[in-house]
Design a protein around this ligand. Structure first.
Ligand SMILES: NC(=O)c1ccc[n+]([C@@H]2O[C@H](COP(=O)([O-])OP(=O)(O)OC[C@H]3O[C@@H](n4cnc5c(N)ncnc54)[C@H](OP(=O)(O)O)[C@@H]3O)[C@@H](O)[C@H]2O)c1
Length: 289
């Protein structure tokens, strides 16, 4: 097991083109521009970003339980390894990655290409609300940038790298699922950067869907409201409403989100859930504001 240097999770092997063990793909031999062909055609490969916590962890483990081989990305190695340890498979690949860094994203997808030879799914999930909730006139430039860099630029960089791999591989194609939000539709108070970037993710989803058509690359989006994670901790203590009140809001289990992503992921490439909205049933979203 290696750690924060972009290494492998516990139980993974470094075999490439071994033919018999868990790394039985023939990717390392393919140079730039070569067509990639997976030797184990039945194995489905997924990249999950933000896989060390919350929704990303639940989705990664659910995919693994369903037989997918997962590559786990996020900035911190230790949580990725914890996700892997609870995933019930030994072939996960942990690649500590800052999705805002183009070189790190390139290294992530190069590692997937080398180890597995193909990519069937990107769950483009890494995201942040930002350092704080603030009225637009008080939002600092660096605060704005930090959210744009992760939610929009990070999503773009990962989608672009996945798209390139899916386009060149044989069999061609794959699926990208972007993690938007109900904030891709309606804002909470004092959430300019988060809301703007999540609206932008919708544009990314639509563009990828259109540009992916000729290559059997499907792109859909899940818009979540109030799954119980670190990001939504404040829902349980009270969060600002459009009418100025602060109220506790209902949350739902991340398992419900993970099952939805699995369903989207396992459709044939001839079908696509373009947008799925999954919320805590009683949360104040419908009618918000
Ligand atoms: N929970 C909800 O109800 C809800 C609702 C709507 C949308 N979402 C979306 O769901 C996604 C996951 O959120 P969550 O609720 O599961 O919260 P979370 O537990 O805070 O997960 C965020 C994940 O993103 C990773 N991340 C943050 N910055 C990163 C970077 N620069 N590079 C790589 N990874 C980065 C974090 O890992 P590291 O810190 O290790 O990098 C973390 O694992 C986000 O896109 C969020 O907007 C959640």
């Amino acid at each position: 097991m290696r750690g924060s240097d972009g290494g492998l999770c516990a139980g993974a092997t470094t075999d490439v083109c071994a033919g018999t063990t868990t790394g039985r793909v023939c990717a390392g031999a393919a140079g730039p521009g070569a067509t990639l062909r997976t030797m184990d055609a039945d194995r489905k490969i997924a990249v999950v970003t933000g896989a060390g916590s919350g929704i990303g962890r639940a989705v990664a483990r659910t995919l693994a339980d369903a037989g997918w081989t997962v590559a786990l990305a996020g900035r911190r190695a230790a949580p990725l390894e914890e996700t892997s340890a609870g995933a019930g498979r030994s072939d996960a690949l942990c690649v500590p990655t800052d999705v805002t860094d183009p070189r790190a994203v390139a290294a992530l997808f190069a590692a997937v290409r080398e180890r597995f030879g193909r990519l069937d799914l990107l769950f483009n999930n890494a995201g942040t609300f930002g350092p704080r909730s603030a009225p637009v006139e008080e939002l600092g430039y660096e605060e704005w940038r930090s959210v744009v860099d992760v939610n929009l630029t990070g999503s773009f960089l990962c989608a672009q790298a996945a798209f390139r791999l899916m386009k060149e591989q044989d069999p061609r194609g794959g699926r990208i699922i972007n993690n938007g939000s109900v904030s891709a539709h309606a804002p909470r108070p004092h959430s300019t950067a988060y809301t703007a970037t999540k609206h932008a993710v919708t544009g990314l989803t639509k563009s990828l869907s259109l540009d992916g058509r000729p290559y059997r690359i499907a792109c859909g989006q899940i818009d979540i409201g109030n799954a119980a994670t670190d990001m939504t901790e404040r829902m349980r203590t009270g969060t600002l409403q459009a009418n100025g009140a602060t109220e506790v809001e209902p949350v739902m289990d991340v398992a419900d989100v993970a099952r939805t992503v699995l369903h989207m992921a396992e459709l044939s490439l001839e079908a696509n859930v373009q947008f799925a909205t999954v919320t805590a049933t009683a949360m104040p979203y419908i009618g918000r504001g």
